[in-house]
Design a protein. Structure first.
Length: 623
């Protein structure tokens, strides 16, 4: 059930004749497919096998395609070339094969060209040059550079009259949620940019998602007042559209995020995170009034407008993410396509609680607590359930208020699950996000540990059967908790970081200076890196750990897991290590997702001492 008929929906867009989106399909080796739905309701795959619509720009990718008059332009994963796909024809490459990566594609109809972000890896991966380029849709080796000189660029957006380009840019050591700048330039008749000017942004203001209104007003999201709110440029001045202690955006880990869209010149359809869940509403700009659209959903992303409806990717605690149509007249939502058929009985779905709990320095943090739920089983009254604490990745990220079959896998088997939004997570404003500045490996470790202690103190879980798991940065927090705390009895690290110094030295360009703000500049702060890295304190670990690693991971290379596994072996602490060929940072293939999950369950059964009702393939545990 974890992967059967399961897909991930992303990158929703539309043209006058169709709605388009990207489906990631674990059952098809993780291939990304561009799918279209015409006005008559017909849904069809637009990119044929074996093409995989996915960009490697920033390694995390994001917006990889655009559509102009039913012609699709997309980046193919295997060669990172841009392809042109005309209706009824095979994809044709229009850029050269080599070391270029393209993302955030938009079509400039006035000049009959593509505009996009280009990463040039011809010199090296760590020093890849990023720029905004134009690409001839009929064929172009590398494109023509329009904007360059900074470390990063994103969100090239053309005004409705085609006369102005807006974009976002930033430099090391900032990440896009730390500090970015919004720029514009006029586009002359030859397509060159003139009169560039900075509109807003700084090293301490995160600006993102520029969008032009139908009447030509530039709009964007900024956290200049503490939360990611909407602003726009009017009469040469910045105007706050609707100040609110809520987040109208997510952190820009990927290209092409979209959290709002214009309905007309005076009205925005906006999604926003408030009090632990996502909402959607109509924002009247002149009246500064936000009217929430009441739906059964708690999660929204990528809204687009088509006729009198909003199409959006949505979900809830009990419903998987899906493409839905929301009538602007407040009618009943229509399901267009679900990411999966709901695979379990509604009686077996664990509906969580949003909990605030005390942590260090008199502060509070947040978690989503899922009680064990299975209508076929009644637990003994005198027994509390084992607990799995989830430490999310990023670390500048957050858990989603959304049905997740991976969590239900555990709750149906008798585990309670705490998905922790530790200090540094997004969704709670800039001040909460900045708790982690210089304190990664401290704040996140304290919060994940205190979340477990809080649940145990309130009699909700068994304090002697608490484990922690996480991937990537969440894997680092998992390992750090097991190294520097004695709260958890076991752990599972998915492509986790064990030596943050090695991460600072070896990772890709996008994150190569991420550690400057989270830990300190490398190598000046080398002693801090050693102090926080589990690898250098592995002798403190007494709890067994299972490691999972993709062998093609460029973000957290396999040596991060291998060094830790060897340390645990030499210290005679029980350890298991599973590797997966063909997987990168995050597992995409169905058989590997299933194998890793069952292996983790088997590991816990051996460590915590319970029998499995259904046998799974054993895992070698070395001690």
């Amino acid at each position: 059930m974890l992967t059967k008929d399961t897909i991930h929906l992303d990158q929703l867009t539309h043209t006058p004749s169709a709605i388009y989106w990207v489906e990631s399909r674990p059952s098809d080796q993780g291939r990304n497919v561009i799918v279209g739905r015409r006005d008559d309701g017909t849904i069809e795959d637009r990119t044929p096998a074996p093409f995989n619509a996915r960009t490697r720009a920033h390694e995390y990718g994001g917006r990889c395609y655009t559509v102009h008059e039913d012609t699709i332009f997309f980046t193919n994963f295997s060669d990172q070339r841009i392809y042109r796909l005309n209706p009824g024809q095979a994809p044709i490459p229009i850029t050269a094969e080599g070391a270029m990566r393209y993302a955030d594609l938009v079509f400039d109809a006035l000049h009959n060209r593509l505009l996009c972000i280009r990463e040039d890896h011809r010199q090296s991966d760590i020093q890849a040059e990023t720029s905004i380029v134009s690409v001839d849709p009929n064929g172009d080796l590398y494109g023509t550079v329009l904007v360059h000189g900074n470390d990063f660029y994103a969100d090239p957006r053309i005004s409705p009259d085609g006369a102005t380009l807006a974009w976002v840019t930033w430099n090391h050591p900032q990440m896009p949620w730390d500090g970015t700048q919004l720029w514009t330039a006029t586009i002359n008749a030859q397509g060159h940019l003139q009169n560039p000017r900075q509109i807003t942004g700084s090293s301490s203001e995160s600006v993102m998602q520029p969008v032009w209104s139908p009447d030509g007003h530039l709009t964007w999201i900024s956290d200049r007042e503490g939360f990611w709110n909407l602003y726009r440029w009017e009469n040469e001045r910045i105007r706050a559209i609707y100040p609110m202690a809520a987040e109208f955006a997510r952190p820009a880990w990927v290209f092409g995020l979209a959290n709002y869209v214009y309905k007309n010149a005076d009205t925005i359809v906006a999604t926003y995170f408030h009090h632990g869940t996502w909402h959607i509403g109509l924002l009247n700009i002149p009246a500064q009034h936000l009217d929430e659209i009441v739906t059964p959903y708690t999660f929204f992303t990528h809204p687009v407008l088509d006729h009198d409806s909003i199409f959006v990717i949505a979900g809830s605690w009990t419903q998987p993410e899906a493409l839905v149509e929301l009538p602007l007249t407040r009618g009943v939502p229509t399901l267009i396509k679900s990411s999966q058929m709901l695979p379990i009985d509604s009686q077996d779905i664990s509906v969580p609680q949003l909990l605030e709990f005390p942590t260090e320095q008199g502060q509070s943090s947040y978690m989503t607590f899922y009680p064990p739920t299975n209508h076929n089983v009644i637990a003994p009254e005198d027994e509390r359930p084992p607990l799995i604490v989830i430490s999310h990745g990023g670390p500048t990220s957050a858990s989603n208020p959304l049905f997740q079959i991976g969590i239900q896998y555990w709750t149906t088997r008798g585990f309670a699950v705490a998905d922790v939004n530790y200090g540094g997570s997004t969704g709670y404003g800039r001040a909460y996000r900045e708790r982690l500045m210089g304190r990664w490996g401290i704040v996140d470790v304290d919060d994940c540990s205190n979340a477990a202690i809080f649940l145990a103190q309130h009699g909700l879980v068994d304090p002697n059967r608490m484990v922690i798991r996480g991937g990537s940065a969440g894997g680092f927090t998992t390992l750090a908790c097991l190294t520097f705390k004695k709260v958890f009895k076991a752990g599972a690290s998915y492509y986790g970081v064990s030596d943050i110094g090695a991460l600072a030295r070896e990772t890709h360009k996008f994150e190569s200076r991420y550690m400057d703000n989270l830990v300190g500049p490398w190598p000046e702060a080398k002693s801090v890196y050693i102090e926080r890295s589990p690898l250098y304190h592995a002798e403190n670990i007494t709890a067994p750990i299972i490691f999972f690693q993709g062998l093609d991971d460029k973000i957290v290379p396999p040596n991060q897991a291998e060094m830790m596994v060897n340390k645990m072996k030499s210290n005679h602490i029980p350890v298991a290590y599973l590797t997966f060929a063909g997987e990168g940072h995050g597992f995409r293939q169905a058989e590997n997702i299933q194998r890793a999950t069952e292996a983790e369950l088997y590991f816990y059964s051996r460590i915590l001492g319970f029998d499995l009702p259904t046998p799974v393939e054993p895992v070698e545990i070395i001690s």
